[in-house]
Design a protein around this ligand. Structure first.
Ligand SMILES: [Zn+2]
Length: 120
């Protein structure tokens, strides 16, 4: 039986969207689509469910970064409403879409580590 990888390796591999067991093969076959299994160690990725956790943490992180920034810009510079509409939505969208796949990989690694099983 293969040795269980350390916590830091599992988290790093998950954040890099790689298999939490071997760290060599990718878990994803698309932007958020999970592969059936690991091509190296044959870990069944269907048994690892992250559900809504990646979206939840993405919203929390992006909100905690941008909300103070938006408030500061409004307080300090008082830009027009049109400037807010032009600047913030693309930034919010880019941060959300950029962060989501990596947090999904991280959450899948965490779920594998704590051995959460899907409801059948
Ligand atoms: Zn693997």
């Amino acid at each position: 039986m293969q040795n269980k990888p350390s916590l830091s390796k599992v988290l790093k591999w998950g954040l890099c969207r790689r298999c939490p067991v071997c760290g060599t093969a990718g878990m994803f076959r698309g932007y958020l689509k999970i592969s059936d299994c690991c091509s190296t160690c044959q870990l069944d990725f269907d048994q690892i469910r992250s559900d809504d956790a990646p979206a939840y943490f993405t919203i929390a992180i992006v909100g905690h970064i941008l909300l103070p920034l938006i408030s500061y810009v409004e307080y300090r510079y008082s830009p027009s409403l049109m400037t807010h509409f032009i600047v913030w939505p693309p930034l919010i969208t880019a941060m959300t879409l950029g962060l989501l796949p990596y947090l999904k990989g991280l959450m899948m690694a965490v779920m594998w580590m704590v051995k959460v099983k899907p409801n059948t």
